[in-house]
Design a binder for this molecule. Structure first.
Ligand code: GDP
Length: 454
């Protein structure tokens, strides 16, 4: 039997209401010890989904007035008995209520332990549990919609459907291999091949949409790069709408990386304005340049800024070289000045080219469209199944590798054993994704990311 856990479920901040949550077989008994209802009702006498008004008591001392909400197993978030005390949202008072609960037999919950119990009790599968975390951390409507759909099982349903294909094939093949003398219907390899290829395409689609999904749900690390004085800081200010980056007309003043988070269209960009990437003898500036190069390597999107009134030089080409294998947009700034820049020269290096005048706040919509196009978020359907974490992506990738092996085995007429082994591999990876067959270490890792109280 699991012990009973408790934690403050609301943020560690002052608020109108603060919730202390208790879950476990002794949750209601412990709650009864510390809660005195106004009409002398015992919580253990109530049915589930009931709320009662009363006082939290530390022996004879009243700690706070509260509403106790009772959920009875298995009809609760965790699948266990749960009591939630909604008390006043003061930091001290919530701590005090929690302490009384702990002193009466509960233990402090670990990060994500409530959701982990929900998973262990079969209330959620692992992809759904992960989406709980994404709902909490979502910073926009689309991100929260996507996470909510995942919690509703959009991905699980899709994966389980694909799993069915492999499970029924594996069952058929096992019977065939194990009981060769029985009169069992032969496998139709041509239809098996079609099913496997369809399943593979579905998995591949999930994989291809992963980056766009991540851009929507997690935001994108974005580097604004360019040689000094092309207008990087001014562009950053245009995107942020404030005078955050220092703008001067001397080359090399943006020495440190300045970071900001902005929403552009349906994505959140974590912007970094970097020192101009160029060879510098100034030691302070060199550090900035090194940081910028590193930043560029880690970025999911590079906005490479050029000055429309100047011709490309060697520094620009070095920069373009760094952008070659990245998702990148060339922003040609200062279009209010006579344009001498030739876009033909950069076409092979970057995905999109956009003309702006940052100082006049012109070109924002074009840049927004280019960003959405580059990240693939323009047409993104938040109601569709999507992979939400690196863990899920890794499982999907491994499943595809196994399906590829199985397809190869079918096409080259290898033994049924060979097809069977690869099919099993695909099944394992997909079961790991939904958490039906997953090691404790992986489960622990998933819930480590959670906050206490969730
Ligand atoms: P950074 O070194 O790349 O960050 O460049 P800054 O943003 O500091 O800009 C350098 C200079 O270019 C400043 O004097 C800006 O006012 C000027 N500047 C930036 N954007 C524009 C623009 O669109 N048109 C013109 N004419 N000047 C600009």
């Amino acid at each position: 039997m699991q012990d009973t856990i408790a934690a403050i479920a609301t943020p560690n901040a002052v608020g109108g209401i603060g919730i202390v949550r208790i879950s476990g077989s002794r949750a209601i008994e412990i709650a009864d010890r510390v809660f005195k209802s106004k009409n002398n009702l015992l919580l253990s006498e109530l049915e589930g989904y009931r709320a009662v008004y009363g006082m939290i008591m530390d022996k004879q001392l009243a700690v706070d007035e509260a509403i106790a909400l009772v959920f009875k197993a298995p009809k609760s978030y965790t699948g266990e008995n749960v009591v939630e005390f909604s008390c006043h949202g003061g930091l001290f008072v919530m701590q005090r209520v929690l302490r009384v609960v702990l002193e009466n037999g509960a233990r402090s919950a670990l990060p994500g332990e409530f959701t982990k119990r929900a998973f262990l009790n079969g209330r959620l599968d692992l992809t759904e549990a992960e989406s709980v975390m994404n709902i909490i951390s979502a910073h926009g409507e689309q991100a929260s919609m996507a996470a909510l759909n995942a919690l509703d099982g959009a991905l699980s349903k899709k994966i389980n459907k694909i799993l069915d294909v492999f499970l029924s094939a594996a069952a058929h093949m096992s019977v065939w291999v194990d009981y060769p003398d029985e009169d069992i219907e032969e496998l139709d390899f041509s239809s098996l091949l079609i099913d496997y290829k369809n399943a593979r395409n579905e998995l591949e689609k999930l994989l291809l949409e992963f980056d766009a999904g991540q851009a929507i749900t997690q935001g994108v690390e974005t580097a604004i790069v360019g040689r000094p004085n092309v207008g990087k800081s001014t562009l950053m200010n245009m995107l942020i709408g404030t005078k955050r980056s220092i703008v001067t007309s001397y080359a090399g003043t943006t020495r440190d990386i300045i970071e900001e988070t902005v929403r552009i269209g349906n994505v959140v960009l974590r912007l970094a304005d970097t020192a101009g990437i160029r060879n510098s003898d100034d030691p302070v500036e060199s550090i900035g340049i090194e940081m910028a190069k590193e930043k560029l390597n880690r970025s999911g999107l590079v906005i490479c800024v050029f000055d429309a009134s100047e011709k490309l030089n060697n520094e620009d080409y070095k920069l373009l070289e760094l952008c070659r294998n990245k998702k990148s947009i060339a922003v040609i700034n200062k279009t209010d000045l006579p344009i001498v820049f030739d876009e033909q020269e950069i076409k092979n290096y970057v995905g999109h080219i956009v003309y702006i005048s940052a100082v006049n706040l012109q070109g924002y919509d074009d840049l927004k469209n280019a960003i959405e196009n580059t990240l693939g978020t323009q047409e993104f359907d938040t109601s569709a199944a999507m992979l939400a974490t690196e863990r899920q992506r890794d499982c999907c990738k491994r499943a595809i590798e196994c399906v590829d092996e199985a397809i190869f085995a079918i096409e080259s007429g290898l033994t049924m054993d060979a097809i069977n082994v690869s099919t099993d591999g695909a099944i394992e990876s997909l079961l790991e994704m939904t958490g039906k067959k997953v090691s404790d270490a992986v489960v622990d890792k998933v819930f480590e990311r959670f906050c206490v109280g969730k």
